[in-house]
Design a binder for this molecule. Structure first.
Ligand code: UT7
Length: 320
């Protein structure tokens, strides 16, 4: 059992929907601008009683049901999130208690929008070494609580949600390879200053800030490089990929990566219009959407990728 494979997925989106038309009423923006520049039409907003751990619980229960497993089967929980319920304990520990898994390994990963891919790669290593048999990997975010609703350049772009994947040991891949990158020199292009006033400069506010145009350019370049790296590592042509499951920040970035892969839009799972950018939750939510609606079938070859604050980026090549 030298490999890991995906045995179940689940997603959760809060009930409340905020459309572009709703945003037109509160800030100086238009539905046309948001759709044209980002591809977003609406986003889900967590209710007051919801948190990253409560949404993660819903996504995890759906993934467990899809895998036909019980919470007590889980040996490892990793949650990718930058919006934990608390500074500590980790959202993974809160989720462990909610699910009643027993005393399994549980920790969070902060790699911003790449958090799920980082968590997925770590879980793959745990399973390959034989340290654990069954892992629950989650991306869960309430990023809309970190937005400045007066900043039209950022507040129109994000949404809340959670996606979950169960991975298990297998004799055949499953996961062929994962590729993780980070470049801290770009730390100021996309960041949220400390929530503690003493750790902020007087001109800083504890809201998400982004140099969108700069992030866009680096994302297109590095995601293109990542496609080359992933294909080369596995010695496969572009045509071997059945589905691209990208991070859902901007449809123009998604289609640039699809072009690099020679993939038509019909072979890309795109949820950005309905979900907006849900940070670490976006890739598992898109994967779950593609599986649940029957587009992704057993045996399909998937390329998962993400890009986000850090800057960080990463990919995974997976046989479903
Ligand atoms: O998930 C983490 C990674 N994040 C990303 O990958 C996001 C990367 N960046 C992007 O997706 C795009 O850069 C944005 C969608 C954020 C912005 O699109 P853009 O085509 O790069 O627009 P821009 O920032 O260059 O702004 C163009 C114009 C500006 O006006 P001027 O200076 O040309 O007069 C902005 O003030 O659009 C204006 N603008 C808006 N107008 C209406 C900015 N935000 C809005 C808005 N509504 N919400």
């Amino acid at each position: 059992m030298n490999y890991s494979k995906i045995v179940g997925t689940g997603g959760y989106l809060p009930e409340k929907i905020l459309t572009n038309a709703d945003l037109e009423k509160i800030i100086d923006t238009t539905d046309e601008w948001i759709r044209e520049r980002s591809g977003i039409a609406q986003r889900h907003i967590a209710a007051d009683h919801e948190t990253s751990s409560s949404m993660a619980e819903q996504a995890a229960l759906r993934a467990l049901a899809a895998a036909n497993l019980k919470p007590t089967d889980i040996d490892l929980i990793i949650v990718g999130t930058v919006t934990p319920d608390k500074v500590f304990p980790s959202t993974a520990c809160l989720l462990q208690e909610r699910l009643g898994t027993g005393k399994c390994i549980a920790f969070d990963v902060n790699a911003v929008c790449s958090g799920f891919i980082y968590a997925f790669s770590i879980a793959d290593q745990f399973i390959r070494t034989g340290a654990v048999k069954t892992a629950l990997v989650i991306g869960s975010e309430t990023l809309t609580r970190m937005l400045n609703w007066n900043d039209r350049s950022t507040c129109v772009l994000f949404g809340d949600g959670a996606g979950a994947v169960i991975m298990q040991a297998a004799n055949e891949p499953g996961v062929y390879s994962t590729h993780l990158h980070a470049d801290g020199r770009y730390k100021d292009l996309l960041h949220v200053p400390s929530l503690l006033a003493m750790q902020r400069t007087p001109d800083e506010e504890p809201f998400l800030q982004m140099e969108g145009r700069e992030v866009f350019k680096i994302a297109v370049t590095e995601l293109g490089n990542l496609v080359d790296e992933t294909l080369a590592k596995n010695n496969i042509p572009q045509s071997a990929i059945d589905w691209l499951i990208p991070h859902q920040a901007n449809k123009r970035i998604i289609m640039a990566t699809a072009k690099k892969l020679g993939l038509a839009e019909e072979r890309v799972i795109i949820t950005v219009a309905e979900h907006a950018n849900t940070s670490a939750a976006s890739v598992p939510l898109a994967l779950d959407a593609g599986i649940k609606d029957g587009r992704i079938k057993q045996g399909d070859l998937l390329l998962l990728e993400a890009f986000g604050g850090g800057l960080t980026w990463g990919s995974a090549l997976v046989r479903y």
